[in-house]
Design a protein around this ligand. Structure first.
Ligand code: NAP
Length: 279
């Protein structure tokens, strides 16, 4: 049984994956920005036989300081990490910036996960193979190339779908560069479009429509259906080398042409490292 870390584990697809993995006997570390919501999620997991337990660690991906604290607390657990699910995301209407001046979708959806993964990388590399880093992207990444001239929408007009698209493309570029850097090690980096589910993120996007009625019928797969898809990528197919793979739900797929640009992989890695203060 493995220890699996999940960001954004208190609702939606992240919670569904946590429940699925806990039900299969894996030990979860829920990385949530809100303590109360995190505790509620913890209480919803199947308990493990003592002395094993699930844990909650506060982690606000918009704050590099909070991510650093979370990584330190994870390392202090001294538990081999079985998998890391970079799942949390936002899709806000308005353009917002972090105190450091980064556009919030890019900061939460990509930069926070970039920092967390890098801080944990020595532990991930020391874990038994396969140690999967599954980054939840979206088929929404299929858009224009990453705009290195204006990543924070200072010169372009902010459209939240464009900012979301860019952050989800960053998830794939990051995964492919991580796969390149960790080739031949225990780490396997995978990106994923999980499918479309009736979650808070989708409802925010659709303008707060309820998750029932017409909305439910059109988009309305319950997020519970996404749980097994994430869980399988995290701990399933242990004999298959998934390093560098992109999945659309349960099937291997091909990311966009912009995601194949190896120069962009390296450039985004360097830009992100400087943004979060990594060497
Ligand atoms: N739903 C879909 O149809 C769909 C389709 C394609 C891809 N995806 C991807 O699937 C993943 C999960 O999305 P979802 O639909 O399950 O969304 P969701 O229900 O809205 O859940 C998002 C999670 O992210 C957390 N989060 C937000 N801001 C955070 C921050 N600053 N620090 C840490 N955690 C933060 C939220 O915590 P709070 O509760 O504290 O806000 C929540 O737990 C995302 O990567 C999304 O892009 C979803």
């Amino acid at each position: 049984m493995k220890t699996v870390l999940i960001t954004g584990a208190n609702r939606g697809i992240g919670l569904a994956a946590a429940r699925q993995l806990a039900g299969a006997g894996h030990s979860l570390v829920l990385l949530c920005r809100d303590e109360v919501r995190g505790r509620e999620a913890l209480a919803a997991l199947s308990p493990l036989p003592p002395p094993h337990e699930h844990r909650l660690i506060a982690c606000d991906l918009a704050s590099p300081g909070s991510v650093r604290d979370a990584a330190r607390r994870i390392i202090e657990l001294r538990t081999p990490i079985g998998a890391l699910l970079n799942n949390a995301a936002i899709l806000p209407k308005r353009r917002m910036l972090t105190p450091d001046g980064y556009e919030l979708q890019l900061a939460v959806n990509h930069l926070g996960h970039f920092l967390l993964t890098n801080l944990l990388l020595p532990r991930l590399l020391a874990a038994p193979r396969p140690c999967r880093v599954v980054t939840v992207s979206s088929d929404a990444h299929r858009g224009p190339p990453f705009d290195f001239a204006d990543p924070n929408f200072e010169r372009r007009q902010y459209k939240r779908t464009h900012a979301y698209q860019q952050s989800k493309l960053a998830n794939v570029l990051f995964t492919l560069e991580l796969a390149r850097r960790t080739a031949g090690t225990s780490v396997e980096a995978v990106a994923l479009h999980p499918g479309v589910y009736d979650t808070g993120l989708l409802r925010d996007y659709m303008g707060g429509m309820p998750g029932s009625g017409a909305f439910g019928r059109v988009f309305g797969r319950n997020a519970d259906h996404g749980g097994p898809i994430l869980a399988r990528l995290a701990v399933g197919h242990p004999d298959e080398d998934l390093n560098g793979a992109y999945f659309s739900k349960s099937a291997r797929s091909t990311p966009s042409a912009a995601a194949h640009d190896q120069e962009a992989w390296k450039r985004l890695w360097e830009w992100s490292a400087s943004a979060v203060g990594l060497p």
